[in-house]
Design a protein around this ligand. Structure first.
Ligand code: ADP
Length: 483
């Protein structure tokens, strides 16, 4: 099949979280399975063109995108394909030339987000036209790309390569809906009815791109079966769109993300000081010693790591009241993340209060994240909600049992040490007490080396590869044919 993916992130070119990993892995595996896959993302100012060997597309001349009275000159760049998907980066300096994906330091959203996303959608569809390439499916990822489904639903496309194209929206995180004031609507050149109740884009008097995508895509899915159930059953997790999703009925489903088992393999990982595998685990001890040294932590207890965005979603605030107790029980705590200033401050304070016991690296650092997964003993992910979560999968693969809350994709991937086939520790209530009890069980297990190493081995053997998810996406694409 011919599949056009539209997205704001694509690892390793531009990544803010799991979406970038997921789109790159899915596009790669679909290409390897014989599909023709093109991916369009913006050429952000901080993408290193040289390092990624990007070059302006030879076959595609510069072009103009017109919308809402604005004329934007664009050009496509291309990443080396090497048998994988054809990755096209949309260049427009005014809109995309600055650093950042969603905003400065990806905390405050850019004020011109809506025109940026409109340009991404329109530019991506324009690529198909310019290349005279007729995608069977336009697969858009999250609210950032959802406008493409609206454009396709509203534009007359007879006689273009997009005439028969169907659409799939994948929701990676329902909490990020891309909300905008209604006055911005005129810049979109779309039919006015969309912006006024009961229009698809209207949401409490403003505009909501996720809602529009949900209502105007042919099919919608999200990234785990449990999250798919939670967002329609629970208004809070549904973030105001539970009813909208419910109304899509069987058109909405959940497909668990896989993980890229080549990019994330401790046996070959070049970011690590030593490699290892389940059968030959010695290198993990080397990684652990190196991580302790790198972070200035003293040995003497298990190392508990966290890697992730510092946002309420991730529940790191549930860990903060426990830090003193954890340290006196023997834990070492290593946190890598950026995000809400209050959480960053609290983590800096915890590190200052417990030198040699607590370390906080307040930055986005891909290579360091690999050393965290490898060097830690256990991994903590107390998310309030979690559409899928990839970090816990990386932790499992790197022999670092995760301690997680039973929600969304965490519930679908981590089985508790109390049950058979266990790979980690699971708790239910989003409270420090429940998290603390799970961590108490974890340190107890860690103190029994035989029990711990079999837990580690089971986690490392868990198969969260892409074969099954890719087949599920193929089924979704095929179900669109002829509809
Ligand atoms: P989400 O997409 O909600 O952020 P996931 O667990 O699906 O959560 O994916 C997070 C991804 O981002 C993982 O690959 C994780 O290693 C990475 N990541 C998050 N924060 C950082 C950071 N500060 N430095 C490096 N990688 C990070």
């Amino acid at each position: 099949m011919k599949i056009l993916m539209i997205c704001a992130e694509y690892a390793p070119l531009a990544k803010a979280g799991g979406l970038g990993d997921m789109v790159a892995a899915l596009a790669g595996v679909l290409a390897a399975r014989g599909h023709e896959v093109k991916v369009v993302l913006p050429l952000y100012g901080d993408i290193d063109r040289e390092r990624h060997a990007l070059a302006p597309c030879a076959g595609l001349p510069p072009f103009a995108v017109r919308r809402g009275g604005a004329v934007r000159r664009c050009r496509f760049w291309r990443a080396p394909a090497a048998g994988g998907p054809d990755v096209l980066l949309l260049e427009n300096d005014d809109q995309f030339g600055r650093p950042g994906i969603y905003g400065y330091a990806d905390v405050d959203e850019f004020a011109d987000t809506l025109p940026r996303l409109a340009l991404l959608a329109q530019g991506a569809l324009e690529a198909a036209v310019l290349l005279d390439w007729a995608p069977d499916v336009v697969h858009v990822h999250d609210a950032a790309a959802a406008l493409a489904t609206v454009d396709l639903a509203c534009w007359s496309r007879a006689g273009t390569p997009l005439a028969a194209t169907r659409t799939l929206l994948t929701i990676h995180n329902l909490a990020h809906q891309s909300l905008h004031p209604r006055w911005e609507f005129t810049a979109l050149d779309l039919p006015a009815r969309l912006a006024w109740h009961p229009g698809e884009m209207e949401f409490h008097g403003g505009l909501n791109l996720m809602k529009a995508g949900i209502l105007m895509s042919d099919l919608v899915n999200t990234v785990s079966p449990t999250y798919a159930r939670e967002v329609i059953a629970d208004e809070e997790t549904g973030c105001g769109l539970a009813g909208v999703l419910r109304d899509r009925g069987a058109d909405f489903s959940g497909i668990l993300n896989g993980m890229d088992r080549e990019a994330w393999d401790p046996a070959t990982d070049r970011c690590l000081p030593a490699t290892y595998s389940a059968g030959s685990p010695a290198g993990k001890t080397v990684c652990r010693t190196a991580l302790l040294r790198e972070l200035g932590l003293q040995d003497g207890g298990p190392v508990l790591a966290s890697v992730g965005r510092l946002a309420r979603q991730k529940g790191i605030d549930l860990l903060l009241p426990l830090v003193d107790g954890l340290v006196s029980e023997g834990w070492r705590l290593a946190v890598l993340g950026t995000g809400e200033p209050a959480l960053e401050q609290a983590l800096h304070a915890a590190a200052a209060a417990h030198p040699g016991r607590v370390a906080f690296a307040a930055r986005f650092d891909e290579a360091l994240s690999h050393r965290f997964y490898a060097g830690a003993d256990a991994f903590v992910m107390p998310s309030r909600f979690e559409p899928c979560g990839l970090a816990q999968l990386y932790a499992l693969r790197y022999g670092t049992p995760p301690v997680v809350r039973r929600t969304g994709g965490l519930a679908d991937t981590v089985t508790d040490a109390a049950g058979p086939g266990d790979v980690g520790f699971v708790f239910d209530e989003a409270t420090p007490a429940a998290l603390g009890a799970a961590l108490a069980r974890a340190i107890e297990a860690w103190r029994e080396p035989g029990r711990w190493s079999s837990l580690v081995r089971r986690g490392m053997a868990a198969d969260f590869g892409w074969d099954a998810p890719a087949a599920a996406y193929e089924d979704l694409y095929r179900s669109l044919e002829g509809t």
